[in-house]
Design a protein around this ligand. Structure first.
Ligand code: SF4
Length: 484
């Protein structure tokens, strides 16, 4: 991660801990609430917003269906313009390529921008292992790096920190006296600028991620809000870009669609402030060596699944995070992965395949808000359900014959038997009404003992009413049997 590696834990355990942090919840509520409103307004300004979303989805579907063709085309065009293309099957291969390229340049410090994909492969740690310091240049990425913390949001990695916390961090990390720095955003930004300016002017290697690459011309694109990306991609002698293979678009007409969808969905801006494009190298202008590393790292497996392939449509706008009721309460660290929120809940299990990541598809209420805002119309709830099914199957396989003893399995089988038979259902209602009495407060059950406490730990159950509708109807109509 930019500033640390997320701790892999089952989601429920990490979320329980995060929910204890009142400051974190206040910071998140304020930040996500503000971005959410602004995004809705920015999207609402365009009368053809839904048509743009459809176009975004169609372009991504087409590109992924012909990914082999477009990747080869991209490679040809990058090479034709003086760049070099490297293919990395996984994180280890990608890191080894970057280590080798940096060693060749003789640099001991590199500047970085758009670090999400490099966070995914743990590049900063890999560089540190060979004595190279990676300096994050995005303000929020710098904050989490100085705090030695993982990022907690795709777009706003330091969303969990407020101004006062950032000031404290800068005072310590930059060796400033308290009188030298206020917690005004402009003062904090100026301090970061002074700190970074020297890095930009001395770095000989820049490392970037990529938002898009245009296969037709071999052009790579980074969009950002601070101008740091442009410095990173133009000032050093050598530029290394690590890009997931799904970031490809066929041509410039596709870019027209995404450059409208992305800024409104991410920062709620009509147009992105800094959009940098580069194609290979040009003598006397910008980096004189350009290396594009095309990273698979599990993406081919995602592509192989027809139901889940749409996960790769993601343009990392973060709109789904800002509307997610789960993310807004627990924040990004609880997801234990570089990709938090709804997109993380479907992407991380597919890329990581660990038991901890298998718990992420359950980090959702399935309310569908993520699907409604997604600019490329990824049906996240459907993918979540598909992944849940797979996770349960794998859990059963791991437990083998002991599956019959699993309490959740047992509860679900019992529920299926009860819901399948109206008589059993009504009988259960009568029992529940009697059993629940010691636990009912103001019409709700807020605490249950033992295993059942898992339900009431984070939610109240409405109590079974003293009289159900059917009983009321039966009394009113005087009918004897009213069962189904
Ligand atoms: S899944 Fe959709 S809404 Fe979420 S980050 Fe990706 S593109 Fe944006």
């Amino acid at each position: 991660m930019s500033g640390g590696t997320p701790r892999a834990r089952p989601f429920a355990e990490a979320a329980r801990e995060a929910l204890q942090d009142g400051q974190l919840r206040r910071n998140l509520a304020k930040a996500t609430g503000a971005i959410r409103e602004k995004r809705a307004k920015a999207a609402g300004e365009l009368s053809d917003w839904e048509a743009l979303r459809e176009a975004g989805r169609a372009i991504k579907t087409h590109t992924l269906a012909h990914l082999d063709h477009y990747l080869m085309q991209l490679e040809q065009n990058v090479v034709a313009r003086g760049g070099e293309v490297h293919w990395a099957r996984d994180a280890a291969e990608a890191n080894a390529i970057v280590q080798e390229l940096v060693a060749r340049s003789g640099a001991h410090e590199v500047v970085k921008v758009k670090s999400l994909t490099t966070d995914e492969i743990g590049l900063n740690d890999a560089l540190a292992a060979v004595g190279v310091r990676a300096v994050e240049t995005d303000l929020a990425e710098l904050i989490v790096q100085l705090a030695h913390e993982p990022s907690s949001h795709i777009l706003v990695p330091a969303i969990h920190k407020n101004r006062a916390e950032i000031r404290e961090l800068f005072l310590e990390a930059m060796g400033l006296e308290p009188a030298e720095l206020s917690d005004e955003p402009a003062a904090l930004a100026a301090a970061a600028r002074r700190f970074l300016r020297e890095k930009f002017l001395t770095a000989t290697v820049g490392i970037s991620g990529a938002n898009f690459a245009v296969a037709d011309t071999g052009t790579v694109c980074v969009v950002e809000s601070e101008g740091n990306g442009r410095m990173c991609t133009t000032l050093p002698d050598t530029l290394i870009t690590v890009m997931g293979i799904e970031k490809l678009v066929p041509d410039w007409s596709a870019m027209e669609v995404f450059l409208q969808l992305l800024p409104r969905s991410s920062t709620a801006e009509r147009m992105n402030p800094y959009t940098s494009f580069w194609s290979g190298v040009r003598a006397g202008d910008g980096p004189q060596a350009f290396h594009l590393i095309l990273l698979d790292n599990g993406r081919s497996d995602v592509l192989a699944s027809e139901d889940r392939r749409q996960t790769l449509h993601c343009i990392r706008c973060s709109a789904c995070l800002n509307v997610c009721p789960v993310y807004a309460r627990v924040g990004g660290h609880a997801y234990g992965s570089h990709y938090p929120g709804p997109i993380g809940a479907i992407l991380s299990p597919q890329l990581l395949g660990t038991p901890e990541a298998d718990t992420l598809p359950f980090a959702s209420t399935l309310c569908g808000a993520c699907y409604e805002v997604c600019p490329v119309m990824i049906d996240i709830p459907s993918v979540l359900l598909d992944l849940r099914f797979g996770a349960v199957e794998r859990k059963r396989e791991r437990r083998g014959r002991l599956a019959a003893l699993d309490a959740e399995d047992g509860a679900m089988r019992l529920a299926a038997a009860v819901f399948a038979d109206p008589r059993r259902y009504q009988q259960l209602q009568r029992w529940a009404r009697r059993i629940q009495r010691p636990f009912v407060r103001d019409g709700h059950v807020s605490w249950l003992p033992g295993y059942l406490g898992g339900w009431t730990m984070t939610r109240d159950l409405p109590a079974v009413p003293e009289r159900t509708f059917r009983e009321w109807w039966q009394e009113r109509s005087g009918d004897g049997e009213v069962l189904s």
